[in-house]
Design a protein around this ligand. Structure first.
Ligand code: ZN
Length: 60
């Protein structure tokens, strides 16, 4: 599986790991994409994208 930036599609594996943290869930990596977007990966799996400011309202 190729992990790419959700904003520009740049392969995250080519980005240097800016910060790495050991957590109870695994290795947490922070990488900064060439487009300026921060990418957070847990054991090389991207975490969920930031939630939208306003969730979609359910249809009546
Ligand atoms: Zn990007």
């Amino acid at each position: 599986m190729t992990t790419t930036c959700s904003a520009c599609g740049w392969p995250l594996h080519e980005l240097p790991a800016t910060s790495t943290h050991h957590t109870s869930q695994g290795l947490l990596h922070y990488r900064r994409c060439v487009c300026g977007t921060w990418q957070v990966l847990l054991d090389d799996h991207p975490l969920a994208a930031p939630t939208p400011a306003t969730p979609p309202s359910p249809a009546p």
